[in-house]
Write a protein that binds this ligand. Structure first.
Ligand SMILES: [Zn+2]
Length: 358
C-alpha cells in the first residue's frame, strides 16, 4: 500500500514486486528504528529511576573545586585536575596552571606577602583560642620558659607564603590522596578513631581557613614552632623531616594544634627571652590515614596498616596500594597532642606569624 501511495503510476508486475519488496524493507527498517529509539528511551528512564542510577559528574575546568563533596567521582576528577594555586593568593593567581607560572617566572617564585585583614584576624583568633595558659612552661620541651612569666601571645603580623614550586609538590601529594578517596578508601576522622582520646582537631574552626582544605583527605592547618633564624629556610625550602634526627617519635615534621606547644620551640632552651619578636608557622598538613600512638614508640616512617611495623616487607599486607599509614598522631599521656608526617611535601608552610610574649 505504501508503495502505491508513494510511487503511483502504472507498474509492470515485476516492477511492482521489486518496488514492493524495497518499500517493505524500508517500512521494516523504519519500524525497527522507532522501536530501538523507544527501547533506548525506556532504558534511560529506568536507569535514572532504578538502583543502578548512573552518576554523571561534569565539572567545567574553570569551576572551583568543592572541598566538602562526598562523591568519590569528584575526587577522581580532582586528582586529574591541573594543579593551580589557592584562589586567594595574590602573586600567582589561579587563572593559570601552577606549572605555567613556574616556567614563565623562574626567577621570582617565592613571595612573602601580607595576609588579608580577614586571614590575619582568623589566625590571631586561632592562636588565642588554642592557647593553654595553664600549660605555659610545662613539659620537657618548655624548659626555661617558666621564669619568663608571660600569660599570652600578641600577634604582630601574619604573612602568607606564596611559594609556587613548593605548593606544586604539596598539591601533587594531595592529588595522590584524592585518588585514594576516589577509589573508595575512607579516611577516618581523628575523633572516629578509638585510640584518639581528645576528640576533634581544634584548629579546624575558622571559616576562612576552611575554604581550601579538604576534609576527605584529612588536610588541616596546624602550628609549627621554630627559631626565628630558621624561618627563611622554611619559607624557601619547606620543612624537611630528614633534618630532624632528634625527634622523640622519629625523624618527622612535628606540628601541634596548640599555639602554646609551638611557642616553646620559638627559641632555644638556653636563651629564652620575652623581649624579642618570635615567629611561628601555620602549616597545611596532609594527615591522610592517621596512625594514633598512645605510648612512646619511634618510627622511621608511618607503620604498616596490618602489622604496625614501619619496616614491613610482607606484600600480602599491601591493600591495593594502600599499605602504610600516611601520618602518625601522638595522643598519649603528654600535655599536648602532636601530628607527624615523615615524607617530603606532606605539609606546606602557608603563613608566618610574628608575635610577642606578653
Ligand atoms: Zn605489615
Amino acid at each position: 500500500m505504501i508503495s502505491v501511495s508513494v510511487y503511483g503510476g502504472t507498474y509492470h508486475k515485476e516492477d511492482w514486486l521489486k518496488d514492493h519488496r524495497l518499500s517493505s524493507s524500508f517500512a521494516c527498517a523504519t519500524i525497527a528504528f522507532f522501536l530501538y529509539l523507544c527501547g533506548g528511551l525506556a532504558i534511560l528512564i529506568m536507569s535514572y529511576q532504578g538502583e543502578n542510577k548512573v552518576e554523571v559528574v561534569y565539572i567545567p575546568e574553570n569551576e572551583e573545586p568543592r572541598p566538602n563533596s562526598s562523591l568519590p567521582s569528584h575526587y577522581l576528577w580532582l586528582a586529574k585536575r591541573p594543579i593551580k594555586t589557592p584562589k586567594y593568593w595574590t602573586k600567582f593567581d589561579n587563572s593559570k596552571r601552577i606549572d605555567e607560572w613556574i616556567s614563565e617566572n623562574p626567577s621570582s617564585l617565592v613571595h612573602l606577602v601580607p595576609a588579608s585583614t580577614k586571614e590575619t584576624s582568623a589566625i590571631d583568633k586561632l592562636v588565642q583560642r588554642t592557647w593553654k595558659e595553664d600549660l605555659v612552661g610545662v613539659g620537657r620541651d618548655a624548659k626555661g620558659i617558666d621564669p619568663l612569666v608571660y600569660k599570652k601571645l600578641h600577634v604582630i603580623k601574619v604573612e602568607r607564603v606564596e611559594n609556587a614550586p613548593l605548593f606544586e609538590k604539596y598539591a601533587e601529594n594531595r592529588a595522590k590522596l584524592f585518588r585514594k578517596v576516589g577509589n573508595g578508601v575512607l579516611f577516618n576522622k581523628l575523633e572516629q578513631t578509638v585510640k584518639a582520646k581528645r576528640g576533634k582537631i581544634i584548629t579546624a574552626s575558622e571559616a576562612i581557613l576552611l575554604r581550601d582544605v579538604y576534609p576527605a583527605v584529612n588536610e588541616y592547618y596546624l602550628f609549627h614552632g621554630t627559631p626565628v633564624e630558621i624561618v627563611d629556610a622554611i619559607v624557601t625550602q619547606g620543612l624537611d623531616a630528614r633534618l630532624n634526627k632528634r625527634g622523640m617519635f622519629g625523624p618527622a615534621v612535628y606540628a601541634a594544634e596548640s599555639s602554646t606547644k609551638s611557642d616553646s620551640y620559638a627559641d632555644s632552651q638556653q636563651s629564652r627571652d620575652i623581649k624579642s619578636e618570635k615567629k611561628m608557622i601555620l602549616l597545611r598538613m596532609l594527615l591522610g590515614e592517621m596512625f594514633v600512638l598512645n605510648s612512646k614508640e619511634v618510627f622511621q616512617r608511618p607503620p604498616c596498616k596490618t602489622c604496625r611495623n614501619d619496616r614491613c616487607s610482607d606484600r600480602s599486607h599491601d591493600q591495593a596500594g594502600n599499605w602504610f599509614y600516611d601520618s602518625v598522631v601522638v595522643d598519649g599521656p603528654w600535655n599536648f597532642r602532636e601530628f607527624l608526617v615523615y615524607e617530603l611535601n606532606m605539609c606546606y608552610p602557608e603563613y608566618v606569624i610574628t608575635y610577642k610574649r606578653i
